[in-house]
Design a protein around this ligand. Structure first.
Ligand code: PRT
Ligand code: ZN
Length: 285
């Protein structure tokens, strides 16, 4: 059947962003709560709602064609899947942490120690690469309490703001792996399904480009125009329109979020007035 089966997390930290990305791609679903499957009304796709840990396996087996899941889970599960695209949300890191009062001068301090984690494979590889042998204790949740109950001298867990470590009296000492949500695909997908995936990726890129860029409009005296155009990169070159007042014009362009504040400051210094910055919904390159 020529329909792309997309596995997303049923409920958790990835769910909302995964669904809103798909929605921003213009794909609509009949959202029944508690459903396991949902077919798109305007695109050849179907959503499967799963636990994140199961997504790499289902994609490897071809039960789902693609999936949206944390890269940490993909690497840990060691399933045969293709990494198609980094999606830029749910960023976090897998880090080693020790009790705040415990001395730590480097990885060698973990030699022959006990470390608790839900990521034994990623951690095992990291320790091996760094010549450390330690006893890894695999636990599935509440890893951060392991040192206080005497199970381990260190932990290796997902960190985002760091407040969970802090409130458990732990200190982050090494970053083992950096992660974000990714799209994975089944190696056994048919050409027809790959073509649907390409359409989906085209839309995802348009959404991502739009999110990274802003549309900018400003007014400038004509004599400052040359300087203003130099500051504004634009997709090709900025659009310049005459204003009703003599000697003034309006300039429209697109700027990247990374250089946003610097550009605004330079524009103001060059004489720009009435600067408007508006979000872009889709951006096709
Ligand atoms: O039920 P299901 O199995 O589907 O979900 P889950 O409970 O296993 O996963 P979930 O929803 O917690 O996380 C899904 C994915 O989100 C993870 O695999 C990561 O890729 C990503 N992610 C991003 C995070 C975090 N940030 C995060 N902060 N996953 C977990 N955490 C936890 C972490 O384990 C720790 O307990 O949050 C705590 C630390 O957060 P801070 O902000 O206090 O540092
Ligand atoms: Zn999980």
């Amino acid at each position: 059947m020529n329909i792309l089966r997309i596995a997303v997390q049923k409920s958790g930290r990835l769910s909302e962003s995964s669904l809103s990305l798909i929605k921003e791609c213009g794909i609509d679903f009949n959202n029944g709560t508690g459903k396991l499957k949902s077919e798109a009304t305007n695109f050849p796709a179907e959503l499967l709602f799963l636990r994140d840990d199961d997504i790499p396996g289902y994609v490897a087996d071809g039960v789902a064609d693609v999936g949206i899941v944390g890269e940490n889970v993909v690497v840990e599960k060691e399933q045969n899947v293709e990494l198609v695209e980094k999606l830029g949300f749910s960023k976090c890191r897998l880090s080693l942490a020790v009790p705040r009062g415990q001395e730590y001068n480097g990885l060698q301090d973990l030699q022959n120690k006990d470390i608790a984690t839900s990521y034994p494979k990623i951690l095992g590889k990291f320790l091996q690469e760094n010549g450390i042998s330690a006893r890894i204790h695999e636990i599935s949740g509440s890893v951060e309490i392991a040192p206080s109950i005497g199970l381990a001298e260190a932990i290796c867990d997902i960190v985002s703001s760091g407040s969970t470590l802090m409130s458990n009296g732990l200190r982050e000492v090494e970053v083992v792996f950096r992660s974000e949500a990714v799209m994975i695909a089944s190696p056994q997908m048919s050409d027809e399904k790959r073509a649907i995936l390409q359409k989906l990726l085209f839309r995802i890129h348009s959404v991502q480009n739009a999110q990274k860029n802003k549309y900018i409009l400003l007014n400038t005296p004509k004599e400052a125009l040359g300087k203003i155009i130099e500051i504004l990169p634009g997709m090709k070159s900025p659009t310049v329109l005459p204003l009703a007042i003599d000697g003034w014009c309006s300039v429209h362009s697109v700027i990247h979020e990374d250089d946003f504040w610097e550009i605004i400051e330079n524009l103001k210094n060059a004489g720009a007035e009435g600067i408007l910055v508006v979000p872009i919904e889709k951006m096709i390159r």
